[in-house]
Design a protein around this ligand. Structure first.
Ligand code: PLP
Length: 386
């Protein structure tokens, strides 16, 4: 019998299990999927359609078309305060998802350890495994605002540690790392000579007062940070599959070589849509963000008013990480029973790592009417648990 690869041992996420059951049921309130409920702004759609009509239906450079790379560099300079050479330090990818895999393929040797927050984005663990790395979970606790504690980081690091993944605003907790927190992580990365993979796909979904901070903007960090972002969340473009990587040429230079062997390039018309998003959709971003912020306030107040549940106010993204310990149920049992008995679909916290046990994730990218309906159903479900 031949040995199966790492991939053969991957399990489907419990979020999928809940979702697949939910789509077969009637009258379910969906809080499970991490995607905007808005349509892509129309000027972006027009830009892509125009591109197709112009006949832009051919392969593009593996790293993406130059005007998109320039628009990305300008965005990073203006919003993040970090300058990149669009010719050598930026590569366009098929969403943030492919950006993550390409970056990990470029950085990780078999057996290298990669530190990730527990809980964190569900795909990180398997993406690290696909790249033959070893995921090392480090707990981020509610009492610390779901931030890394330097003591835990020092405990986890070994001579095989090569990368630390940093995601702010965070999926699933909605927490945003302050400049001081990022400075702690930066000094840890410098001390142990680690790469930082900085996932900022929610960087515009940030409800704090201060400017958003990219760790690459901190002293000595640009040369050891790979920044990744995408159009998915910011511009309501999840189905377009366009993202990017920015970082030192020594790493980003190898990305097109890998891309050549995976999907060659992102379609030209999709890249034209992304240029329009970056250059002409800021008004739409502000409009959608104002809606998410109002929804956040509704969901935070509604959930915290339910006996047995509590949640800290998230500073970013569109997720509420709800402490369900008062229910006495495991997170999977809670999610499954809430679906069956209360007709609300959400994500069990254990899907995001072992420390996610005791929590569920609500995605509040949903209308206020829907949020209110869901809150009432969750309240009735909790009351029924007695
Ligand atoms: N990173 C995080 C933290 C996410 O939550 C997601 C999507 O949910 C992604 C990356 C990938 O998004 P996409 O591939 O749509 O850009």
């Amino acid at each position: 019998m031949q040995r199966l690869s790492t991939i053969a041992h991957m399990r489907p996420s419990p979020i999928r299990r809940i979702y697949e059951k939910a789509v077969q049921m009637d009258d379910v309130v969906f809080f499970s999927l991490g995607e905007p409920d808005f349509d892509t702004p129309s000027q972006i759609v027009d830009a892509a359609v125009d591109s197709l009509r112009r006949g832009e239906t051919h392969y593009t450079p593996n790293a993406g078309i130059p005007p998109l790379r320039e628009a990305i560099a300008e965005n990073l300079r203006q919003y993040d305060g970090v300058a990149y050479d669009s010719g050598a330090e930026i590569a366009v990818t098929s969403g943030g998802m492919e950006a993550l895999v390409l970056v990990l393929l470029a950085l990780v040797e078999p057996g290298d350890e990669v530190i990730l927050a527990d809980p964190s984005y569900t795909n990180y663990r398997d993406q690290i495994a696909i790249c033959k790395g070893v995921p090392v979970y480090v707990p981020v606790r509610e009492e610390n605002g779901f931030q890394f504690d330097p003591v835990d980081l020092r405990r986890a690091v070994t001579d095989r540690t090569r990368v630390i993944m940093v995601n702010t605003p965070s999926n699933p907790t909605g927490a945003v790392a302050s400049r001081e927190k990022l400075a702690e992580i930066a000094s840890f990365a410098r001390e142990h000579d680690l790469w930082v993979v900085f996932d900022e796909v929610y960087k515009y979904l940030f409800y704090g007062d201060g400017p958003f901070v990219n760790i690459a903007a901190l002293p000595g960090m640009r040369e050891r940070t790979l920044v990744l972002d995408s159009c998915s969340k910011t511009y309501a473009m999840t189905g377009w599959r366009v993202g990017w990587i920015a970082g030192p040429a020594e790493v980003v230079g190898s990305i097109p070589k890998i891309q050549e062997n995976i999907c060659s390039c992102v379609p030209a018309f999709v890249q034209r849509g992304a240029i329009c998003a970056l250059r002409s959709a800021y008004g739409d971003v502000l409009r959608m963000n104002a809606a998410y912020r109002a929804r956040r306030d509704v969901i935070v107040a509604g959930i915290n008013a339910i006996p047995g549940l509590s949640a800290r106010t998230p500073e970013g993204a569109f997720y509420l990480f709800v402490n369900i310990r008062g229910s006495g149920l495991s997170s999977e049992a809670f999610a499954m029973r809430l679906l069956e008995e209360g007709r609300v679909a959400l994500a069990p916290g254990s899907a995001f790592g072992p420390s996610g046990e005791g929590y569920v994730r609500i995605s509040y990218a949903s209308s206020i009417a829907n949020l209110q309906k869901g809150i009432a159903r969750i309240a009735a479900f909790m009351a029924g648990l007695g």
